[in-house]
Design a protein around this ligand. Structure first.
Ligand code: NAD
Length: 478
């Protein structure tokens, strides 16, 4: 391997400064199609693994900002959960979160003040699960440390931002037999669960192609708001690398519908980012009024739109988009099969049966769509909706149940019933790997092979995401 390629490989593996790593003038020949090649022997297969049953799930939560405040309330409202510890760098956030769940009987200990106070929390021997809601760069370290200390990790998106960290998650989970579950962006509930059920029932025939995205505006109101994200972490993540930085919301449901890691596997991808048209312009506009923004002038900003295309081993295709800096409404999801197609926003389905010719507008009517969605609504959705309705009858003053998500409920229910979790560490790693492979592909103008975190076990792994609820479903919302 020549020295330039070796340098680029190291830069990509460390996740540092790839876009600026001397890519200008790169010809097609400089691209290494397998920069992330690595041999891995599976220590233990976490797919289908059921950890010992827990009657009570004792939880510590780290990161109590926008998302973590909601997580505290969502988890705090599930039967059999004890929130025993809360951690944030900022002491007032710990107190604020504890107040939110006091009426549900949770009396957590507080950890804060130091950068690594979360380590003391993870080292306690009376916790089963650590919920991680911190800025992206902390997720992998906090998940790995939690698993090494005997806890399951329940980590916000993305579980990792570099390829090295994706592998660390896999290896630590396998070695310690602890789950690493990504917190959301899946087929756990709503229309995504209905679609997954339809795929498995053969409604779409063979799934041929899927599209998804994270496309909506974060720019002025979020990225450039001094109060929104702790120490401006999210704007800083948009500097120095260009690719799909937040793939999970779009990618995980499509992966589940295509049985990625349990029947098919991502093979290779190609990724292109455009230039930045808005972030530097926003920094310039704001810096005219406020010198705080001067350090954000002329930075190496991520391009507005990134498009990444994957091919799976079975020959399906996936298109993922990422753009949080153009003034756009939320993007759409699409699933195309040999018998039918689905498109979101608004939800609609077309089947070959209702194609009367070569018309392009043969969508089911709203009533027909509703009937199909009801028919295929899986037991996991039905049970969760029943439990939510039942919880609404109980007057608990704080009404924390209203924020409990199907993903949280399913995880706690699986742990309490000794069942395999819906999303395992291979799902966390493969979806998080989209970020480094897209950055690499875009920077090097080349196709990139996506690593197989299952080491071949995808051919026989059981499916996750038990939407039919063949086990469990017994945990109530309180
Ligand atoms: N799944 C979803 O739909 C969804 C929605 C929103 C946010 N998120 C994710 O949630 C995570 C947090 O986002 P946010 O909007 O809440 O950010 P935020 O900045 O509001 O919160 C981050 C919190 O982490 C704390 N923190 C920082 N360093 C720490 C450390 N060393 N020890 C302990 N605490 C520390 C900060 O004080 C802050 O309270 C991100 O990964 C984000 O992508 C996911």
């Amino acid at each position: 391997m020549n020295s330039r390629r070796e340098f680029l490989k190291k830069a990509a593996l460390s996740g540092a400064g790839v876009a600026g790593a001397g890519i200008a003038g790169c010809s097609g020949q400089s691209g290494d199609p397998d920069p992330f090649a690595r041999s891995h022997r599976q220590v233990f297969n976490m797919a289908g693994y059921a950890a010992p049953k827990l009657d009570i799930v004792r939880i510590g939560i780290v990161g109590l900002g926008n998302r973590g405040t909601g997580t505290v309330r969502r988890l705090g409202g599930i039967e059999g959960v004890e929130i025993r510890a809360l951690c944030d760098l900022e002491p007032d956030r710990v107190k604020r979160s504890a107040d939110l769940i006091a009426h549900l009987g949770h009396k957590p200990d507080f950890y804060s003040g130091e950068e690594d106070a979360w380590k003391r929390m993870c080292e306690r021997n009376d916790l089963d699960l650590i919920s991680i809601n911190t800025p992206w760069h902390l997720h992998a370290d906090q998940s790995v440390f939690s698993m090494q200390n005997g806890k399951h990790a329940y980590v916000e998106l993305p579980a990792a931002t570099t390829m090295e960290d994706c592998w660390r998650l896999v290896e630590t989970s396998e070695r310690n037999r602890k789950h690493c579950v990504q917190m959301s962006g899946s087929c756990s509930g709503g229309i995504a669960a209905v679609l997954l059920n339809m795929v498995r029932e053969g409604f779409f025939g063979e799934v041929v192609h899927g599209e998804g995205c994270y496309v909506h505006t974060l720019s002025d109101f979020y990225l450039f708001d001094k109060e929104m994200y702790h120490r401006m972490w999210r704007l800083n993540e948009n500097i120095g690398k260009s690719g799909n930085l937040y793939p999970q919301h779009g990618m995980v449901p499509i992966m589940q519908m295509m049985d990625i890691n349990c029947g098919d596997q991502l093979d290779y991808c190609c990724s292109i980012s455009g230039n930045d048209f808005t972030l530097n312009e926003t920094a310039k506009r704001l810096a005219r009024e406020d010198e705080y923004w001067e350090e954000y002038l002329d930075r190496d900003y991520r391009g507005n739109m990134n498009v990444t295309i994957f091919k799976t081993i079975k020959g399906r295709t996936i298109v993922m988009q990422h753009d949080v800096s153009s003034p756009r409404p939320r993007g759409r999801r699409m699933l195309s099969g040999t018998k039918a197609i689905y498109e979101s926003h608004p939800d609609k389905i077309s089947t070959f049966e209702n194609h009367t010719g070569w018309g392009h507008y043969n969508w089911l009517t709203d009533e027909e769509f509703k009937a199909v969605a009801e028919k295929y609504s899986p037991e996991a959705n039905n049970r969760f909706n029943d439990l939510t309705r039942a919880a609404q009858q109980i007057d608990r003053g704080g009404h924390s149940y209203y924020r409990t998500s199907p993903t949280d409920w399913r995880l706690i229910d699986c742990l309490r019933n000794g069942l395999p979790v819906d999303m395992n560490v291979y799902d966390a790693a493969a979806s998080s790997a989209v970020t480094p492979v897209s950055i690499w592909s875009n920077a090097n103008r080349t196709f990139v092979r996506v690593p197989d975190f299952t080491n071949g076990a995808w051919k026989t792994n059981p499916r996750g995401m038990d939407v039919k609820l063949s086990g469990g479903g017994t945990t109530r919302l309180t």
